[in-house]
Design a protein around this ligand. Structure first.
Ligand SMILES: Cc1ncc(C[n+]2csc(CCOP(=O)(O)OP(=O)(O)O)c2C)c(N)n1
Length: 673
């Protein structure tokens, strides 16, 4: 292996040697501990250390890195305290993830390392978001993300590279091409000659290098970093390397020809560099031995600290509390925000209100948030010049500029990931799904990254996803779905679903001010069909609080979204029935107190929603009522929901599908029970 020391001083070369040696010696120790059953699983990076160490060495300490499962060298080169790292692998309480995450699935803002999720691919778009933040702040920085060659087959790889190219982001993508994705060799993974050829297809520069030569890696990444900052462009680097152990220790290596191990053993990144330093007289044999002994002692010392740590005693309250970031009590903003409490039926007039359609109230909430929050970025398909599919952001571009009102390529996953990355560098984001149905393409980022990140490593995800939802316009199965229940089952998300203009504006502002990921549903049929008075000021409606719409004594209808209007209309048409109507407004967390109060008032409950029946919110509310309010009930809790079919296109079929068609039947059944 040929090393070119270029401008590196002897001191620097020794420092690099220590850095590449450390992960190797830690791993050798871990393999022993694994055999002793002291750690649970190990993904080895032996043979690939030059890449993680070299890349990290080439970056500034405060530039974000998105490492993967073989990148121990990132964590050690950032000089993370080893005992904390060891505690992490032991699942200790004092580790970065409090025992909630395994191996390298954790991050820390302190070290600018963003923790991976198991799913391969999503990390890349988070790097896009971070580099977009650097660009918007005009900081001379890059972010860097790793992928294996296997991970390049994921759609997320394509989306992230495309966005980086289209938005001219200073981000470096590193492919560690180690020949196998678990047992899959490269010829079953891709057909192009080399993966770096793909750079051209995305419209970016790329280079293929020897990933086992630490000086080549450092020199290349430093040069690429300068290029990315100067030209404000992304770059793809394919590092050729080899995995010297199994995919993980339990999986073996039977599928790898023996000759390959022999061939690559000769290219060992640590041994070759060590030999080079000896040949060059940068280090002497006894110095090398001394460094190794010292490093081993340090590892032992730090291990003892980790082993001595107290064992974890589960505390359910703490577990639950850590799912969400608390809204800061002392936020500067709080003092300027009015909280409108309209959870009880109207009693008097508020000041400075105007009549507004549902859609205009959403628009105003978004517009005022853009005015109030200089760090708020909007992203979505066609939201800039075109104003969005429903024209909610029409005119925003002129007022707030192209940097903050961002048209995106067609790539929901990358854009949600990008929002996460922006958030790591202090931005808030509202992502517009063109239709709620298309959220499936960004599902993984929402469910596995945004929702879980606070619980996993105490990093909030300040992102709102706007979801134009619902049926009633003859738009068929893929432009009409009610998909709120998919998200309600995911701890870490908040789900809001307003039904009136005043709530739509106030809940949107509250969602944007909330530091947690909020899925904000806005019913398309309500956009232009309903109006109401809306305060002109900038105000919040509290998330998690239902609204008591109408007082009644015979039955309760607990509902949300379009169901509120169906129930209200039904009540007007049937003045002989005294109906108590509760608008849930927030589906996660549910307002159990308000639900219980309504049950106590009538003893007969109908849960009404546009979503289909099985596994809908109604099932959850019904179960809760049965469990907690059983003695208050005079009848079984009933659910009126849409048919358990996809949403049909034909207007008559759609009408038949919708729960509203069966509302009268259910009310009668309940009344007559
Ligand atoms: C989306 C997804 N599918 C499948 C897996 C299971 N899996 C974990 S690692 C791996 C192989 C990855 O290969 P590569 O990207 O080349 O990285 P390497 O492990 O070789 O470093 C697979 C299939 C996963 N983690 N994520």
């Amino acid at each position: 292996m040929h090393f070119d020391r270029k401008h590196f001083s002897d001191q620097e070369l020794v420092s690099i040697y220590k850095k590449i040696l450390l992960p190797r010696l830690i791993e050798e120790k871990m393999l022993v501990l694994l055999r002793q059953g002291k750690i649970s699983k190990w993904f080895s990076g032996i043979g690939q250390e030059a890449i993680a160490v070299g890349c990290t060495y080439a970056l500034q300490q405060d530039e974000w890195i998105m490492p993967l499962h073989r990148n121990l060298g990132v964590f050690t080169t950032r000089s993370m305290p080893l005992h904390k790292l060891f505690m992490q692998w032991q699942g200790n309480k004092d580790s970065y993830s409090k025992g909630r995450e395994r191996s390298f699935h954790f991050g820390t803002k302190e070290f600018h390392i963003c923790g991976m999720i198991s799913h391969l691919g999503p990390q890349l778009a988070i790097a896009d978001g971070v580099s977009l933040a650097y660009k918007l702040k005009a900081e001379n920085k890059i972010s860097l993300a790793f992928t294996g060659e296997g991970g390049t087959s994921e759609g997320d790889f394509h989306e992230a590279l495309n966005v980086a190219a289209v938005w001219d982001l200073p981000v470096v993508f590193i492919i560690e091409n180690n020949g196998y994705g678990l047992s899959t060799p490269t010829y079953e993974q891709y057909r192009c000659e080399s993966l770096v050829d793909r750079a051209k297809g995305y419209g970016m520069e790329g280079v293929r290098i020897d990933g086992n030569n630490v000086l080549t890696v450092i020199d290349t990444v430093k040069g690429v970093r300068d290029y990315c900052i100067k030209n404000q462009k992304p770059y793809l680097i394919e590092c050729m390397t080899f995995r010297m152990r199994g995919h993980e220790e339990a999986s073996g290596t039977k599928y790898v020809p023996k000759e390959l191990f022999e061939e690559w053993a000769l290219k060992d990144p640590v041994i070759n560099f060590e030999n080079y330093l000896l040949q060059q007289n940068v280090l002497k044999e006894d110095e090398v031995n001394h460094i190794k002994e010292e490093t081993k002692h340090c590892i032992e010392r730090e291990l003892q600290i980790a082993f001595a740590a107290e064992s974890l005693i589960p505390n359910s309250d703490e577990e639950l509390n850590d799912v969400y970031e608390k809204k800061s009590e002392i936020s500067n903003l709080q003092s300027t925000i009015t909280v409108v409490d309209n959870s009880q039926p109207e009693t008097g007039n508020r000041k400075r209100e105007t009549e507004k359609r549902f859609i205009d109230a959403i628009k105003e909430g978004l517009y005022q948030s853009m005015q109030q929050q200089g760090n708020l970025i909007l992203m979505g398909q066609d939201i800039a010049e075109y104003g969005g599919a429903f024209k909610i952001t029409e005119g925003f571009l002129n007022e707030f500029g192209k940097a903050r009102v961002r048209n995106t390529p067609l790539c929901e996953s990358a854009i949600v990931g990008c929002a996460m990355g922006l958030n790591l560098e202090g931005f808030k984001t509202v992502v517009e799904m063109q239709f709620a149905d298309f959220v499936t393409m960004g599902f993984n980022q929402i469910i596995n990254n945004l929702a879980k990140i606070h619980y996993r490593w105490n990093q909030n995800a300040d992102v709102v996803i706007r979801m134009p939802t619902g049926a009633g316009v003859g738009a068929g199965p893929f432009h009409s779905q009610s998909n709120e229940a998919w998200f309600v089952h995911t701890p870490g998300l908040k789900i809001v679903y307003p039904s009136t203009p005043i709530d739509a504006k106030g809940l949107l502002i509250a969602a944007i001010n909330d530091p947690n990921p909020v899925i904000y549903f806005e019913h398309k049929v309500l956009y232009r069909s309903i109006s109401g008075t809306v305060p002109e000021e900038y105000y919040e409606i509290e998330i998690g609080k239902a609204k008591h719409v109408l007082q009644g004594e015979d039955i309760s209808i607990i509902t949300y979204g379009s169901g509120v209007h169906w129930a209200t209309e039904y009540t007007q048409q049937h003045p002989d029935i005294s109906i108590d109507i509760l608008d849930l407004r927030t589906l996660l967390p549910l307002d159990y107190e308000a639900i219980g109060t309504s049950v106590a008032r009538t003893g007969k409950v109908l849960i009404l929603h546009e979503d289909t029946l099985i596994g809908g919110i109604g099932a959850e509310v019904s179960a809760w009522i049965t469990e907690h309010c059983f003695k208050l009930l005079d009848a079984p809790v009933m659910r009126c929901a849409s048919l358990d079919t996809p949403v049909p296109f034909n207007l008559e079929l759609e009408k038949n599908f919708l729960a509203k068609t069966r509302l009268h039947e259910y009310v009668q059944r309940l009344i007559n029970y």
